[in-house]
Design a protein around this ligand. Structure first.
Ligand code: NAD
Ligand code: TYD
Length: 374
């Protein structure tokens, strides 16, 4: 089996590649543009493996894709390359269109051209697996049932709109041209090697630095958290045994408000860093200006994935968070380096504090200063 993984140097892609090389005899070629979010060191353990190869390039580069498919002749494509951060999509949507929409379209075109050259048995074995997000379904109210595969599309952020568009293109290539596709929509991932602009690594980094931990609005939004290795396992199950043309929702039934989640992280840090001058870390939590169009709640019903493919998460959220905090503590230098790479102020990702912002219940009584960096 020859697998082409786009975005394989990213947070989820690298977890997938590590798992594939550890658990199968497949060969893997990664196509990655190495944007700010890429971390080739997450693949250090695989770099010496002769079954692994990295091609640096843009998924929207049709010429490069044609060469790559002709030379490598993959049996399957796992498409993860994307711009993935909602806040960046608010501040600069164009890159999301170029990579997530045009990039997916170009990859579909290249995959289809390649697929048409295959023999009949190879054609029916070929898979194009598009990795997507639950954010395409919009926002749930607290009392709503979780998203299912049949939930209507209702994207709200530029990121979600770009992923929704990509999902539609992938489905169109199945219905119109017969390309054997799979789509999975997963909930919020967490775990090692996540770039510290996303909530969990950002909160850990801020807590270790003794800096305010910013929670948008009142921290009441709900996210459904999935450990990245469990997502990787689900992707391989879907790729291997999923029904062609089908959508699978991936989630671990672990809904928490952002405030609950960050308080849990702070409690774990209090325990694992007993000599920290910043204990109790929850004192650092601050409410800041809300994200525009901030989706209230995401939640996944993973019944299809569980029933059809027997997938189960390997750990509870609390176990996963503990392992994640321990990993970031063991990689403090990396975290500091990535934080230096991410300068929210320079990138323009800075908004004024929320009108009437006040500290979280566990706060210190100080209010959030103007222009809080996200
Ligand atoms: P990430 O931002 O950590 O990594 C994205 C990777 O794609 C990076 O290595 C980057 O260099 C690469 N990339 C970006 N633009 C590219 C381009 N034009 N050409 C080639 N490579 C490019 O993202 P992630 O969190 O690992 O997410 C991976 C995929 O999973 C994305 O498609 C995302 O929409 C989806 N997803 C993410 C989550 C989550 O919680 N992180 C949840 C559900 C779905
Ligand atoms: P994020 O990690 O950006 O993922 P997504 O927007 O794709 O869900 O954010 C997770 C939640 O945390 C989301 O509700 C926004 C919130 N959040 C904060 O409150 N503060 C922050 O600094 C960040 C980055 C996110």
């Amino acid at each position: 089996m020859r697998l082409l993984v786009t975005g394989g140097c990213g947070f989820i892609g690298s977890a997938v590649v590590r798992r594939v090389l550890r658990t199968t005899d497949w060969t893997v070629v990664v196509l990655d543009k190495l944007t700010y979010a890429a971390e080739p060191r997450a693949l250090e353990e695989t770099a010496a493996d002769p079954r692994y190869r990295l091609v640096v390039g843009d998924v929207a580069d049709a010429e490069l894709l044609a060469r790559l498919f002709a030379e490598y002749r993959p049996d399957a494509v796992l498409h993860l390359a994307a711009e993935s951060h909602v806040d960046r999509s608010i501040d600069g949507p164009e890159a999301f269109l170029s990579t997530n929409v045009v990039g997916t379209f170009r990859l579909l075109e290249a995959a289809l051209a390649h697929w048409r050259t295959l023999s009949e048995p190879d054609r029916s074995r070929f898979r194009f697996h598009h990795v997507s997000t639950d954010e395409v379904f919009g926002a749930l109210d607290p009392e709503d049932a979780p998203f299912r595969e049949t939930s209507p599309y209702d994207p709200r952020s530029p990121y979600a709109a770009s992923k929704a568009a990509a999902d539609h293109f992938v489905r169109a290539w199945f219905h119109t041209y017969g390309l054997p596709v799979l789509i999975s929509n997963a909930s919020n991932n967490y775990g090692p090697w996540q770039f510290p602009e996303k909530l969990i690594p950002l909160a850990i980094a801020k807590a270790l630095e003794g800096q305010p931990i910013p929670l948008y609005g009142r921290g009441e939004q709900v996210r459904d958290w999935l450990f990245v290795d469990d997502h990787a396992a689900a992707l391989l199950a879907i790729l291997g045994r999923g029904r062609v043309g089908r959508t699978y929702l991936v989630g671990a039934r672990a809904e928490r408000t952002n405030l609950e989640l960050v308080r849990t992280l702070c409690a774990i840090l209090d325990e694992l860093v007993p000599n920290s001058p910043h204990r109790p870390h929850a004192r650092l939590i601050r409410f800041v200006a809300d994200r525009p169009g901030h989706d209230r709640r995401y939640a996944i019903d993973p019944t299809r994935l569980e029933a059809e493919l027997g997938w189960r998460p390997s750990r509870s959220l609390e176990e996963g968070l503990r392992a994640t905090v321990a990993w970031y503590l063991a990689h403090r230098d990396w975290l500091a380096e990535m934080r230096a790479r991410y300068d929210g102020r320079r990138l323009g990702l800075v908004r004024p504090a929320a009108a009437g912002a006040e500290p979280a219940a566990a706060g210190t009584g100080r209010t959030e200063p103007e222009g809080t960096e996200r």
